[in-house]
Design a protein around this ligand. Structure first.
Ligand code: ATP
Length: 284
């Protein structure tokens, strides 16, 4: 699947499946096409190449990365729940409880903190009892304890309802432990695989604490190419091309212009990603 806008491929050659009960995490630096891919997957965007199909009747719960609400618009959390369609009061109630914001049902959306707003959006998505839950960077404004709580909630939902989950994160290393497949994007699929559990590692237990360590896992990248600062791609055989493969999407041009030594703009050299990146290197 590929999406082309303003004369360039935002993503190209991307293929992914999310099956029932499966958790897929999309990672990649800013501008790598994660949101574009998710939007194409759920039919908000139409691919310019290839197809994105959903099972007929699939119910999707989508938490977008950005949702602008006019600050002059009076809108309570309760009203936000039903803005785009009716939902049974009992389901709204359950979703607000599940996300820990039942006490904010009558609060004005404008008065919510960043983390509370994220929870409200999540409540809105899960209240529709989705078969597929798509969360675009749900950790914005959420602290580490909130991140662990959110992972626990996603796991609970998946276990109880069997829904599929497509999770978008720009943390390149640490992902939700329950993730079945990690896909690293940079205009194309750079690499994909399964994350590695950190539960048994005393080092990680010290780092994350005994409660958080089981909730997170480390993803080791295995790129067969390096993105050079000028946007070209260095392959394992030493050859340099403008793209990873002839059919790949373009890379993030703003990041390339920065002159960093990592062309993807993620702030980390992918060759260093064979081990754990310290917290200050993480994209949080
Ligand atoms: N409608 C559009 N027209 C032109 N370019 C676009 C359009 N939508 C997105 N882009 C560009 O496509 C690239 C990918 O955007 P996208 O939002 O999918 O990236 P992302 O990986 O989700 O980024 P982030 O982590 O910053 O949210 C970006 O360079 C963005 O500027």
């Amino acid at each position: 699947m590929g999406v082309r806008r303003s004369g360039r491929w935002l993503v190209r050659g991307v293929d992914l499946d999310v099956r029932r009960g499966e958790i897929v995490t999309l990672i990649g630096p800013n501008g790598s096409g994660k949101s574009t891919t998710a939007k194409a997957a759920i039919g908000i965007l139409c691919p310019d190449e290839g197809v994105a199909g959903q099972r007929p009747g699939l119910r999707i719960g989508y938490v977008p990365q950005k949702l602008a609400i006019d600050s002059t618009l009076p809108l309570t959390v309760m009203r936000l729940m039903t803005l785009t369609g009716p939902i049974a009061p009992a389901d709204i109630d359950a979703a607000l409880h599940e996300t820990g914001i039942a006490h904010l049902a009558r609060a004005e959306v404008q008065a919510l903190s960043g983390g509370e707003f994220q929870r409200a959006l999540l409540a809105r998505a899960i209240a529709r009892k989705p078969d597929l839950l798509v969360l675009d960077e749900p950790l914005q404004g959420v602290d580490f304890a909130g991140e662990i709580a959110l992972y626990a909630l996603i796991k609970r939902l998946r276990d109880r309802t069997g829904c599929g989950v497509l999770l978008i994160s720009h943390d390149l290393h640490i992902v939700m432990a329950e993730t079945d497949t990690v896909i690293c994007l940079n205009g194309h699929v750079c690499c994909r695989g399964t994350p590695q559990s950190v539960t048994d590692s005393p080092e990680y237990r010290r780092l994350f604490g005994p409660v958080a360590a089981p909730a997170v896992a480390v993803y080791h990248h295995h790129h067969d190419h390096t993105h050079l600062p000028d946007g070209r791609v260095l392959h394992q055989d030493g050859s340099v091309t403008t793209h990873c493969h002839p059919d790949d999407g373009h890379h993030h041009e703003a990041a390339l212009a920065d002159g960093d030594d990592d062309a993807c703009g993620c702030g980390a050299n992918h060759h260093r990603l064979q081990g754990f990146a310290p917290a200050e290197e993480r994209h949080v």
